[in-house]
Design a binder for this molecule. Structure first.
Ligand code: UD1
Ligand code: CA
Length: 438
């Protein structure tokens, strides 16, 4: 791979109206910038991210996930603008692909099209019916002549519908000469990267326009753009998984994180949300269930089940309104209304309705261990830390605060009292039938 990639991510992103830097807003579970980095990694081993606004925070987030990314701090006070962002960049390879950090939908296929060929500069262009906000590409005799930013356009240029999509592949030798020569003599008093096109044309260099997909290259600048980009990304993700054999009921109602994966025949009913790095293997996730960062194999969940992070369900049935967190269930049935947190439960065990693992004492979390073939009666509370061995019966309503050994029955009940005709006394009802009841 003889391409260097520079990702511009120093802009403030004011239109997002957010304290979070624009490029860290997530699309399908992953920051926008990471989508760009992933596409870049496919074509390059030399990636530089240009930062300025909230640089430290963004760099830290990147370093949590990626190794070997270079960072470049833009001197945005002295050299604002996309050209200023490129000042002082040192690229390893002879060609430099320049991407924007706010284009999460760009695919590697499109990047390949932009780095191909022998032109001195390949630049991405799109046709837009409403080109407002974009740099207009002036083409004379079929050749790119210059890019004029909207704020610098004369009225006739504003009519141009061929616009700069903002991604370029440029020979390093040209960048090294052109970037220091940029001026900020324009409407925004910024150093425009786009001015290198004019310089190249002036020197009779070849500037090749590459038509790209509007859908992929539209920048995300606002929360509205973010939502549109999310829809497009979700459609892509769902399409891929359906092609791979996942059945989806009303797919447009289903959310799937880009890091999730499915193996074997899986069914996702409507309204399901699969978040984080979940792995779903040959399982059925029923309507309106939420799965977060968990492993589910040969199991069924829901409707309206919730599986929170770090859970493992194997050969297990989770019914409606059951919440599982950080627990491992193998061969278990938990049909209704239960909270299973920080627990492990083994084969053949049945969890009744209303069972709760009391895993938190207000300060710390504790584990509940339930062995094989345990029948946990409805409305049982298991006060952790607690261990229930194999082959145990826990009667309905029991508060388990001691370990239970193999084969035992545990029952804790307040004796039930009966008060005859209390109802009639309480409501002061006197009917013929109950005359005389005082
Ligand atoms: C830029 C182009 C415009 C093109 C449009 C496509 C210029 C002068 N104009 O305009 O022709 O149609 O992209 O989307 O290049 N950035 C920095 N440092 C800065 C300013 C920006 O790193 O000082 C980064 C931003 O974080 C962003 C990218 O550069 O990722 C583009 O910046 P933006 O302000 O969105 O450019 P536009 O004005 O939209
Ligand atoms: Ca701008």
């Amino acid at each position: 791979m003889s391409i260097s990639v520079v990702i511009l991510a120093a802009g403030q992103g004011t239109r997002m109206k957010s304290g979070t830097p624009k490029v860290l807003h997530k699309i399908s579970g992953k920051p926008m910038l990471f989508h760009a980095i992933d596409a870049a990694k496919d074509v390059s081993d030399d990636i530089t991210v240009v930062l300025y606004h909230q640089a430290e925070r963004i760099q830290k987030e990147i370093e949590k996930v990626y190794k070997g990314i270079h960072f470049h701090m833009q001197d945005a006070e002295q050299f604002p603008g996309t050209g200023g962002a490129m000042k002082g960049i040192e690229a390893k390879h002879d060609k430099v692909l320049i991407l924007n950090g706010d284009m999460p939908l760009v695919t590697k296929d499109s990047l390949h099209a932009l780095i191909e060929g022998e032109a001195d500069i390949n630049m991405s262009v799109i046709h837009l019916d409403s080109p407002c906000g974009y740099g207009r590409v002036v083409i004379l005799d079929g050749k790119v002549h210059e890019i004029v930013e909207e704020k610098d356009c004369i009225p006739a240029q504003k009519e141009i519908k061929t616009v700069n999509a903002g991604v370029y592949c440029v020979k390093k030798a040209l960048l090294e000469r052109y970037i220091p020569a940029l001026s900020n003599d324009n409407a925004q008093a910024e150093y425009y990267l786009t001015d290198i096109i004019k310089m190249a044309v002036h020197e009779n260099k070849t500037v090749h326009p590459v038509m790209v997909q509007e859908e992929e290259f539209k920048g995300v600048n606002s929360k509205l753009d973010l939502a549109h980009a999310e829809e497009i990304m979700q459609t892509r993700i769902r399409t891929e998984w359906m092609k791979a054999g996942v059945t989806m009921h009303l797919p447009q109602t289903i959310y799937i994180d880009c890091r999730a994966a499915f193996i074997g025949e899986c069914i996702l009913e409507s309204g399901v949300s699969i978040q984080g790095e979940s792995r779903i293997i040959a399982s059925h996730i029923k309507t309106h269930s939420v799965i977060e960062n968990s492993y589910i194999e040969n199991s069924d969940v829901g409707p309206m089940g919730r599986v929170r992070p770090d859970s493992t369900l194997i050969d297990t049935h989770i019914g409606n309104f059951v919440e599982v967190k950080k627990s491992t269930l193998t061969g278990v049935k938990a049909g209704h209304l239960a909270y299973i947190g920080d627990a492990s439960i083994d084969e053949g065990s049945n969890i009744g309705a209303g069972v709760i693992t009391c895993n938190y004492d207000g300060k710390n979390k504790y584990k509940t261990r339930i062995g094989k073939n345990v029948f946990v009666g409805s409305d049982t509370q298991l006060v952790a830390p607690v261990t229930v061995e194999d082959d145990v019966i826990i009667a309905a309503g029991t508060t388990v605060n001691k370990n239970i050994a193999r084969g035992e029955l545990a029952i804790s009940r307040v004796p039930m009292k009966i008060v005859k005709n209390f109802f009639y006394k309480f409501f002061r009802i006197e009917s013929d039938e109950h005359k005389g009841v005082k």
